[in-house]
Write a protein that binds this ligand. Structure first.
Ligand code: XUL
Ligand code: CO
Length: 446
């Protein structure tokens, strides 16, 4: 079936992307990403676990609030929506193979058109899933995570699990059920819940208590269903502070952790941290990764970047090396990202409309994170930050500091101590010195 969709390979003019090293000027080559190179006893590809986002790469057409589609895609000329959907699958697997990407992620609606009824939608979806499964078997490419889109359709205008309409809650639940079934069938290693419209626009019409309780009820159903079908993957929540709604309940990692703990769900979910969502929340990418990590909740990463001059989710390919270093630093400190990975939840700009641009974008993102991994690994190996931080807090390893840590003292004891000790032995934080060292690691690491 698959061979009859296109007469020739879709990306026939593009070579297989190989590693050529730092001095290469070939735009169709990796300069830093060498999949099999061992770093710290593990191939780079297993540290990074790169995934392709189906929606941005194969479904996105270059529209924005002011403009029509710009992308030139061969599959769009295949006629009816189901043929286009099949063409996308064939093209997507060819694309991943050319880049050596071993994972992908998708929402139900990215891969198959919605029908008039839920039944028809489900039929369409399973027809495409059959083809996806065939291609996965043929190529060995795996599913990092599946999810459902419960935010684009007009039925979700008031939310999905937090909608004021119970029938919409039910529809969202049905979609999650189907998407979880599919994720399990395809051997997905994670299942993601991003609360696209789980939030509110105005408190004039919103019962926040009921909405939050319902959101928790929904997540409990997800956990129950996971156990019912024996899905062994990791459940992930993806924090985002705003957009599409003005205020989203999954604002950031700290908010989500508080919510999960409030409803006794903290053992069931980890975070899928997205760089652009972190910056929209007024945090750095590293802050969000760090908060998740120290709370044992760092599950996976949506690797992209925003534009700090624009106040919305621009979902650009990650090219900022500093952010990539510090992101990989957090990943290494937690002992790896598996079973999560690095999903490029990123899209090419609408003026980058040619198929080649998709390759350039992924090469840029993969090289940035590969170099980030190399630098972060060396920083940790040389204990550059660790030794400094250890020394900075050494007052807690003996004397009164140790008593505080051991819970041996209270306010009265500390009052007595403070009466006698007002020499605070403060030391410089040395921020600029550390920044300079990190820079030299970036400059010098091959
Ligand atoms: C939206 C976003 C989503 C999730 C999956 O900002 O990041 O694409 O990653 O629904
Ligand atoms: Co995302």
């Amino acid at each position: 079936m698959t061979n009859t969709i296109f007469e020739e390979k879709v990306f026939k003019n593009i070579p297989e992307i190989k590693y050529e090293g730092e001095s290469s000027t070939n735009p169709f080559a990796f300069k830093y990403y060498q999949a099999e190179e061992i770093i710290g006893g593990m191939p780079m590809k297993d540290h990074l676990r790169f995934a392709m986002s189906y929606w941005h790469t194969f479904t996105f057409k270059g529209t924005d609030p002011f403009g029509l589609p710009t992308m030139k895609r061969e599959w769009d000329s295949l006629g009816n929506p189901m043929s286009i959907a099949k063409g996308r699958v064939v093209a997507a697997f060819e694309f991943m193979q050319k880049l050596g990407i071993e994972y992908f992620c998708f929402h139900d609606v990215d891969v198959a058109p919605e029908g008039q009824t839920l039944e028809e939608t489900e039929r369409n979806l399973y027809e495409i899933v059959d083809l996806i499964e065939e291609k996965m078997n043929e190529t060995g490419i795996k599913l990092l995570w599946g999810t459902t889109n419960a935010f684009s359709h007009r039925r979700f205008m008031h939310g999905a699990a937090t909608s004021c309409q119970a029938s919409v809650f039910a529809r969202a639940a049905a979609q999650v059920k189907i998407a979880m079934d599919i994720t399990k069938r395809l051997g997905g290693e994670n299942y993601v819940l991003w609360g696209g419209r789980e939030g509110y626009e105005t408190l004039l019409n919103t019962d926040t208590k009921l909405e939050l309780d319902n959101f928790a009820r929904f997540l409990k159903m997800v956990v129950n269903y996971k156990n019912e079908i024996g899905f062994t993957g990791q459940l992930l929540i993806e924090p985002k502070p705003k957009e599409p709604t003005k205020h989203q309940y999954d604002f950031d990692t700290a908010t989500v952790l508080g919510f999960l703990r409030n409803y006794g769900l903290e053992k069931e979910f980890k975070m899928n941290i997205e760089a652009n969502h972190a910056t929209l929340a007024g945090h750095t990418f590293q802050h969000e990764l760090n908060m998740a990590r120290i709370n044992g909740a760092l599950g996976s990463i949506d690797a992209n970047q925003g534009d700090l001059l624009l106040g919305w989710d621009t979902d650009q390919f990650p090219t900022n090396i500093y952010d990539a270093v510090m992101a990989m630093y957090e990943v290494l400190k937690q002992g790896g990202i598996a079973p999560g990975g690095l999903n490029f939840d990123a899209k090419v700009r609408r003026a980058s409309f040619e198929p080649e641009d998709l390759f350039f974008a992924y090469i840029a993102g993969m090289d940035t994170f590969a170099k980030g991994l190399r630098v972060a690994y060396r920083l940790i190996e040389d204990r550059i930050l660790e030794d400094f931080i250890e020394k900075r807090y050494e007052s807690y390893s003996n004397g009164i500091g140790k008593d505080i840590i051991d819970g041996k003292v209270g306010l009265s004891d500390l009052y007595q101590y403070a009466l006698k000790h007002d020499d605070f032995k403060l030391a410089s934080g040395r921020q600029e010195m550390l920044e300079s060292i990190v820079n030299s690691y970036i400059f010098q690491t091959k």
